[in-house]
Design a binder for this molecule. Structure first.
Ligand code: UT7
Length: 342
């Protein structure tokens, strides 16, 4: 029996054009460029203008990934997001149709900032079980839709963007083949990151809801501590399952939540910090988009080169975490999507 693996065939990213600097935020919030840079590593972020939604970001990133893969056709579209256009239906079918892919399987994955890694795992499953030969996996979030502009702890970190990859069926030992996965969750921490209202518990209809309950809230310190612990343990698990040694990892592409978390993760894994792929300075925390956006950025700028052993690891609300590995393949050039730091 031959094993079909999911192999990376294309990558693309997109951020909306509007750049918001730390100085812009400091004008309306009790914060400073110095605090934001030193505590988070963020220098600027991109935010959508009114009227632009998650599906718009997803379509732009997906077009670039499909171009890079050299194919307009896939058998399934998976969108990881915590900011779907509507709570019902899922965003993926509309994204698929706007890409000319009406008819394919299309569904959303909700695992907050871990969503892209969960979505990769489900896509790899579709390929392994012959349900699909090609899958488009998108991470997209318009986190500004749930950001309380008056909350300085979240408004300075959350941002908007999308990233996408095309996976194709291939052999487990070829470059680009996704390796083992490690996925996990701990619902005991479900209050640590949440948008309290709008679901079935605090409904939009009926009793009045506190307007603040529609916003993203986070216990930053507790989340920080958990993020390092969980991503470190999950990273060790997939590296071991892949048969690699930790010091053979060339690049760590982790969820971009805070440069201090990325540095702490590298330290915990005993890896040099220069192995971290970081674009948080330019794009902030883009939720489910952050890993594919970082991949697209690093591919376009040559930070990821063919043959690199790459570790992907994420942590987010739920709580959820997940990791996988791959050897970076030779990909056609991808259109560069980001403006540089101001
Ligand atoms: O994407 C999903 C996963 N998310 C994460 O992994 C995020 C994890 N958490 C974090 O990145 C950090 O906890 C934050 C960036 C959210 C906050 O940084 P922190 O270093 O943990 O700050 P803190 O919450 O411990 O607050 C330290 C101080 C407080 O003041 P006092 O009580 O010491 O006087 C805060 O009120 O910094 C204050 N503070 C700010 N000051 C200026 C909090 N936010 C700001 C701000 N500007 N924007």
């Amino acid at each position: 029996m031959t094993t079909r693996s999911a192999v990376l065939a294309g990558v693309g990213g997109w951020v909306p054009p509007r750049v918001v600097t730390n100085a812009d935020l400091s004008a309306g919030l009790d914060t400073s460029d110095e605090w934001i840079r030193s505590r988070t590593g963020i220098v600027q972020r991109h935010l959508v203008d009114p009227g632009t939604s998650t599906s718009d970001l997803a379509v732009e990133a997906a077009r670039r990934a499909l171009d890079c893969a050299g194919t307009p056709a896939v058998d399934a579209v998976v969108v990881a997001t915590m900011t779907p256009d509507r709570s019902c239906p899922a965003t993926a079918p509309e994204v698929a149709s706007r890409l000319g892919l009406t008819g394919v399987a299309a569904y959303d994955v909700g695992a907050v900032c871990t969503g892209f890694v969960y979505a990769l795992a489900t896509a790899a499953g579709l390929i392994a079980t012959d349900l699909a030969d090609r899958v488009l996996v998108i991470g997209a979030d318009a986190l500004s839709a749930v950001t309380n502009p008056a909350d300085r702890t979240t408004a300075v970190v959350l941002a908007d963007g999308a990233g996408a990859v095309v996976l194709r069926a291939g052999a487990p030992d070829e470059p680009g083949a996704l390796g083992p996965f490690d996925l996990g969750s701990d619902g005991e921490g479900s209050d640590l990151i949440q948008v309290a209202a709008g679901g079935a518990r605090q409904r939009l209809s009926g009793r009045p809801v506190d307007p603040a309950a529609h916003y993203f809230t986070m216990d930053g310190r507790e989340v920080f501590r958990n993020a390092v612990l969980r991503m470190s343990a999950s990273s060790r698990t997939v590296v071991r399952r892949a048969g690699w040694q930790l010091d053979e990892v060339d690049r760590i592409v982790s969820h971009q939540a805070n440069i201090r978390i990325l540095n702490a993760l590298a330290d915990d894994l005993d890896l040099a910090r220069d192995r971290i792929v970081a674009n948080i300075d330019r794009v902030g925390n883009t939720g489910a988009a952050s890993i594919p956006l970082a991949l697209a950025d690093a591919a376009a700028t040559g930070v990821l080169t063919p043959g690199d052993r790459v570790l992907l690891t994420a942590f987010g609300g739920g709580l959820t975490w997940g990791s996988t590995v791959l050897v970076w393949p030779q990909l056609p050039p991808t259109e560069h999507h980001e403006e540089r730091a101001t």
